[in-house]
Design a protein around this ligand. Sequence first.
Ligand code: KIV
Length: 283
Amino acid sequence: MSEQERPYGGGNDDPALKRVRTRHFQRAKQNGIKITGLTSYDCLSARIFDEAGIDFLLVGDSAGNTVFGYDTTLPVTMDELIPLTRAVAHAVSRAFVIADLPFGSYENGPDEALNSALRFMKETGAHAVKLEGGERSYKQIKRIVSAGIPVMGHIGFTPQSEHGLGGHVIQGRGDDGEQQLLADAKAVEKAGAFAVVLEMVPSAIAGKVTQELSIPTISVGAGPECDGQLLVWSDWAGFTRGRIPRFVKQYAQIGETLLEAARAYRDDVESGVYPAPEHEYSE
Ligand code: KIV
């Protein structure tokens, strides 16, 4: 799609008109225009994704894995995510930035959820928050939305409950699974969320949920019928070493590129090829 055909942002020079807003998510769904999202955890990647026209950047609690090297997302804290979210929010001019509420920052109820959301909004410059859970997070989402903070829901496989769910298990399968997924989606919509992530859900079920909802669905391994797609950028760019989920398409191999660059640099330093005269300052 050309910059001019985009329903928002794009080539617009007026900063006030350039920013993606929640109404643009709604407009995209109504007009059948797919929404693109990536995670981001630092200003360098955020600037590049913004320049490329990625609609939204999620500073995910996946930072627990991708930045801090934990085995799961469970240990990551607000104190760890806030500086990353601030770096991303300050780096972009068009993309809509979403702060992920980490495990332990909203499960105790609506007051705790609102306090955590307020902290992210005041301290980072993010435009919205995301939290996991459908029916079980209804009151939390409603309270945050009632304070004027946009919320993205997240249902299906929810990594913060990976032990409760018995590991990385596809959600929404079978009649009961489908009914629960639909009930969760409806609860998130009713609570006032502007969009909902469906993670690791069979495409046909995600398609039904997308039809049933007035808010956009964002797929993380939930197929092409969702209104948008979201991927963890280090998986998508081939930065992650090790296993990648099957739903990820890799658009680059920057891990290999960095490995080769680091080896070449080490060889040049050891052999005296670097620094060369053009890298030196004269007196
Ligand atoms: O933290 C994250 O990156 C996420 C997405 C995968 C949905 O929650």
